[in-house]
Design a protein around this ligand. Structure first.
Ligand SMILES: [Zn+2]
Length: 511
């Protein structure tokens, strides 16, 4: 996997808490289980998931059967691919043997060869190659086992398959072997076989409960969450498109309150980022035996993990969920000029503060408090003046380096917003640039760091390049408070940075 891809994966994950480890179309429900494909002429992909209860309130495994129609694969070409590890989390293919995944087509058994790519413990992919030209419909089968988790398990991105309270949850990327990602659109069907589960069981994925037919690229299946068992749900929001799914009763936070907050935020964000009508959004809660709060965002959904034995801080949890939700919208394409999360994580932190305030979900003082919290985390990070290359090198060795882009990006974006407001006498803001990026992205135009710089240059001229270079090179950024200038000013003070000693810090204080 190329380094840019690795960066994107890291960027979709947020780390919170002292011991915590953690942080990338609506379908209509179908009542029939007919395989996708007929009567269309394009390729079709039908996935059947069959979880097995072990009879002791747990799921022992899940059988995956995928049928590929109108997909001729030549000898030596890749049939299906999936990660062995995704963002350091083992998938169901990790440690699997040579004959774990099998395939048949209309000529009988289809022998496969394995090809692995990517050396790192962080991300490694496996492909299964056809050893002859395929004929007709191809069926791929394998058995997936959930990860064994203990109090000592390392937390991390929600890519693993996990058994919980008689049910199971997982991300497509960690569960499904699929044709290689491409622009090819498939007729997709998803069916749940719950015959080996207790009678009250059901299967859901990001887009709906029960079986589904839809169209999309393989990424639609890979970038979704799945859950089966006695899956409980809480719905909220004006458009009814928001669902919170969970498998175990939750006592560590106010589920109703959090669902209402997240649903209102979703309604606001969905409108602000100009979603097409009828879109859905789902949240999957996972209880884990280890400490720490983590979350991972996929398309139109995110999952978060927590230990249910202690009360979670309400404000921290809301900020965390808001951050994950924002990931659904503004992103830059991967490119060689990608900057290790400054945009993806910076913009998620930025709108995780701004949108709840605009939506009336948090007050003005708590809002300014959250800005100051981001500022404080930026100035107290020992990588605060390190160039990008050094931070990237240390990202998976030091949590402070992994966190650095979140707050550096935040302060940089905060400054750019102020600069645009000043240049336009308050008529324009960061919002205009972000919405234009999204519009281009929707039109399948390339949207990368260069696009960003071009758009910002239109607003503030040459200052855009200078500001960007400063951010990349590690020049200390000081907030420009056009944002809250009527009520607050920037205050300089001395603070302590671990490993560096006393340094200048900046915050917003009341005028
Ligand atoms: Zn994030």
């Amino acid at each position: 996997m190329n380094p840019a891809k690795v960066l994107t994966l890291l960027s979709l994950t947020v780390v919170l808490g002292v011991s915590g480890t953690a942080c990338a179309q609506k379908t209509s429900p179908a009542n029939d289980a007919r395989p996708a494909g007929a009567p269309g002429n394009g390729p079709a992909l039908s996935v059947r998931l069959k979880p097995y209860s072990d009879g002791r309130n747990s799921v022992s495994h899940l059988d995956v059967t995928t049928v590929l129609t109108s997909l001729g694969v030549k000898k030596g070409q890749k049939l299906v691919t999936m990660p062995l590890r995704r963002a350091s989390t083992p998938t169901v293919a990790d440690g699997s043997g040579k004959d774990w995944l099998t395939a048949r087509d209309e000529a009988g058994e289809l022998p496969l060869e394995i090809q692995d790519a990517g050396e790192s413990e962080f991300d490694r992919d496996r492909s299964w190659m056809a050893t002859r030209d395929t004929q007709g419909k191809i069926t791929v089968s394998y058995r997936a086992a959930p990860r064994a988790l203990t109090a000592e398990s390392k937390g991390g991105p929600e890519y693993g398959l996990q058994a919980e309270n008689g049910g199971i949850t997982g991300a497509g990327a960690g569960l499904l072997a699929l044709p290689e990602s491409s622009d090819t659109s498939y007729a997709i069907s998803l069916t749940w076989d719950l015959s080996a589960m207790p009678p009250n069981s059901r299967g859901v994925w990001t887009y709906n409960a029960g079986d589904a037919t839809t169209t999309g690229t393989v990424d639609k299946l890979a970038d979704a969450y799945y859950a089966a068992g006695d899956v409980k749900e809480m719905r909220s929001g004006a458009n009814g498109g928001f669902t919170f799914y969970y498998l175990s009763e939750i006592t560590s936070f106010d589920l109703r309150g959090l669902t209402d907050f997240t649903a209102k935020l979703y309604d606001h964000a969905s409108t602000f980022f100009r979603d097409k009508p009828g879109q859905v959004y789902s949240v999957f809660a996972r209880q884990v035996p280890y400490r720490g709060l983590s979350g991972t965002a996929l398309s139109r959904s995110f999952a978060f993990s927590f230990k249910n034995d202690t009360k979670l801080d309400d404000a921290e949890l809301k900020q965390h969920l808001a951050h994950e939700m924002v990931h659904n919208w503004p992103r830059l394409d991967e490119s060689q000029d990608d900057d290790g999360g400054w945009f993806t994580e910076g913009i998620a932190n930025y709108y995780a503060d701004v949108l709840p305030y605009r939506a009336g979900l948090i007050g003005y003082e708590p809002f300014v408090g959250q800005i100051n919290s981001n500022l404080s985390q930026y100035y107290s990070n020992r990588y605060r003046e390190s160039p990008r290359a050094e931070i990237l090198e240390m990202t998976w060795k030091d949590q402070a380096a992994q966190r650095a882009p979140y707050h550096r990006g935040y302060v940089y974006l905060f400054r750019v917003d102020s600069q645009i407001k000043t240049a336009s006498a308050g008529k324009r803001s960061l919002d205009d640039v972000v919405l234009e990026l999204l519009r281009r992205s929707e039109n399948h135009e390339k949207v990368d760091a260069n696009t960003w710089l071009t758009l910002v240059s239109k607003e503030i001229g040459d200052l855009a390049q200078q500001e960007y270079r400063d951010m990349i090179n590690g020049k200390l950024l000081i907030p420009l408070n056009e944002f809250v200038a009527k009520t607050h000013r920037v205050d300089k003070y001395r603070g302590t940075v671990e490993g560096l000693g006393e340094r200048d810090f900046y915050r917003l204080v009341k005028k």
